[in-house]
Design a protein around this ligand. Structure first.
Ligand code: HEM
Ligand code: HEM
Length: 190
């Protein structure tokens, strides 16, 4: 388990609020870089990402400088601090079946099994309604659309290669632009 302290984390997170905001909800930015929601993400997931960014397994010019300022203890502390924050608006807790008329939702919950696609349902790993599963599979519900799009592009472009099992790379490569946009919108507004 992660030995972090939320109060120390708040101190160490003084520079993070500029982008991830005081409530940890980040911000969508259709014109430029979107800042991900950190509130309520699993602590171990947050800590892993910060180590991955520091060590270059996840390339982000913006985040590199900030991750580099944190030592291992501070990473554990900010991870616990953000994990304890409540995301808002409240995320769905009861399972909502996807509406076949909602293409983005259908893709997220059922995948796309056309021969040239073979895209598994996102819910297989990220959980029903994108609530996340354990610390390995981050929640997507309530994450910003611009950020979801940027991460799918990062995997496709080889800038995010931090997943030891490369589960996301093939998926990101096989989603077309339209599917990326609709799936990002689906999770952002769940
Ligand atoms: C991503 C933490 C400061 C902009 C992330 C992620 C974490 C994080 C954990 C990954 C989120 C995920 O995988 O869902 C922090 C901490 C900070 C900090 C602890 C302070 C020490 C900042 C600042 C900015 C910023 C000041 C803006 C100037 C971003 C962006 C991403 C990101 C653009 C997405 C990077 C990418 O595309 O891979 N941050 N952050 N962060 N953060 Fe920060
Ligand atoms: C991470 C999208 C399907 C495994 C992510 C992230 C996004 C995403 C946006 C980054 C979240 C963040 O940075 O906070 C999707 C979409 C899917 C899909 C749109 C369906 C089309 C899957 C499936 C698996 C999977 C089927 C498992 C086989 C993972 C893992 C991570 C991840 C392990 C975290 C990698 C890390 O450690 O940084 N996914 N995903 N995803 N996804 Fe998916």
């Amino acid at each position: 388990a992660l030995e972090g302290d939320a109060e120390r984390g708040q101190q160490a997170a003084g520079t993070c609020v500029a982008c991830h905001q005081a409530d940890g909800m980040g911000m969508n930015n259709p014109q430029g870089e979107s800042w991900p929601r950190l509130a309520g993400l699993p602590a171990e997931y947050i800590a892993k990402q910060l180590h991955d960014i520091k060590e270059g397994r996840r390339e982000s010019a913006t985040m590199m400088a900030f991750a580099n300022m944190l030592d291992d203890q501070q990473i554990a502390d900010v991870a616990v601090y953000y994990a304890e924050m409540e995301p808002w608006p409240e995320l769905p807790t009861a399972y909502r079946a996807a509406d076949p008329a909602d293409e983005g939702g259908w893709l997220a919950e059922r995948g796309d099994w056309a021969e040239d696609k073979m895209i598994p349902a996102c819910s297989q790993c990220h959980g029903p309604n994108g609530q996340g599963v354990g610390a390995t599979f981050p929640p997507l519900a309530g994450q910003h659309a611009g950020y979801i799009v940027s991460q799918l592009e990062a995997w496709r472009d080889g800038k995010r290669h931090n997943d030891p099992n490369d589960l996301m790379v093939g998926i990101a490569e096989r989603l077309d632009e339209e599917q990326v946009a609709m799936i990002a919108d689906y999770y952002a507004t769940l």
